[in-house]
Design a protein around this ligand. Structure first.
Ligand code: AMP
Length: 191
């Protein structure tokens, strides 16, 4: 299996690049943000539980997020591999993912972190909000999400660096250029 974590702050381009990578490498895309939004839209129990947390720009508790992610992996037994987008966001989530994958005889192949400045992120998300209308892209909520990223999520990087699995890629520039760089990192895993 080729299991990739695509890592980066809100607005780094994880969603855009994931879409391109899944078709090139035939992987299953798991975006915890997308799954949560779909639960909220469909007003499921889980959706009701998390909708305010997400609207406020806070992280959903680990127990809920980890259970949902494991369910998603189990629902794709024939996957050749996964791209994890927006997960893990805490060290506890990273540890849980490692343990779960080990249990099914697999592991994380590599982690690619998209490097983008805070200034660029703020500009990109302001643009995205005009199009998507995502409530959590509004300026005050975005500030909270960026705080969550630098307070909690950033610690996931040394976790994977310690495992020798981390590669940083410049996330500013043309979509195609960034995609080519990501592809060359992924191809190096296979070589
Ligand atoms: P995203 O679309 O990845 O930016 O996620 C949108 C929101 O969903 C985040 O701001 C969090 O509230 C929630 N969320 C998504 N993934 C996670 C995660 N791995 N852990 C906790 N909360 C998450």
């Amino acid at each position: 299996m080729l299991n990739l974590v695509l890592f980066g702050p809100p607005g780094a381009g994880k969603g855009t690049q994931s879409e391109k990578l899944i078709s090139k490498y035939n992987l299953v895309h798991i975006s915890t943000g997308d799954i949560f939004r779909s639960h909220i839209k469909n007003q499921t129990e889980l959706g009701k539980q998390v909708s305010q947390i997400i609207a406020d720009g806070n992280l959903v508790p680990d127990s809920i997020t980890i259970a949902m992610l494991e369910e998603e992996i189990k629902n794709n037994p024939n996957a050749k591999g996964f791209i994890f987008d927006g997960f893990p966001r805490t060290v506890a989530q990273a540890e849980a993912l490692d343990a779960f994958l080990e249990g099914i005889g697999s592991n994380i192949t590599g982690v690619v972190a998209l490097d983008v400045t805070e200034e660029e992120l703020t500009q990109r998300i302001a643009k995205r909000q005009e199009i998507s209308g995502r409530a959590d892209d509004a300026a005050d909520k975005l500030k909270k999400r960026i705080e969550e990223y630098f307070g909690k999520t950033i610690h996931v990087l040394p976790y994977y660096e310690g495992q020798g699995k981390l590669t940083k890629v410049n996330g500013i520039g043309e979509i195609e250029t960034i995609f080519a760089e990501l592809s060359s990192v992924i191809d190096s895993y296979k070589a």
